[in-house]
Design a protein around this ligand. Structure first.
Ligand SMILES: [Zn+2]
Length: 78
């Protein structure tokens, strides 16, 4: 399992996934463009990715729980 620095909090708004802040550019309230199929894969621990609509950075997602997206790269510096 990855360290906490690889996690990023998200929230559901209806059927959409939002992050309060983009880990790359700091944009607030960003909608993650992930298909339901990709969300299911992430929840099952398969690697997928989302392209941030704000800065077009690629967010690699290796796992997802109820509160956090987990990436293969550190998303925050602790
Ligand atoms: Zn961004």
């Amino acid at each position: 399992m990855y360290e906490f620095s690889h996690s990023w909090p998200f929230e559901w708004v209806m059927d959409d996934l939002y992050v309060e802040e983009c880990p790359f550019c700091g944009e607030r309230s960003v909608l993650l463009s992930l298909k339901k199929e990709n969300i299911r894969l992430a929840q099952e621990g398969f690697k997928t990715h989302a392209v941030m609509p704000c800065c077009h950075e690629k967010l690699v997602i290796v796992n997802m729980d109820d509160d956090y997206i987990w990436s293969d790269q550190p998303l925050r510096s602790l």
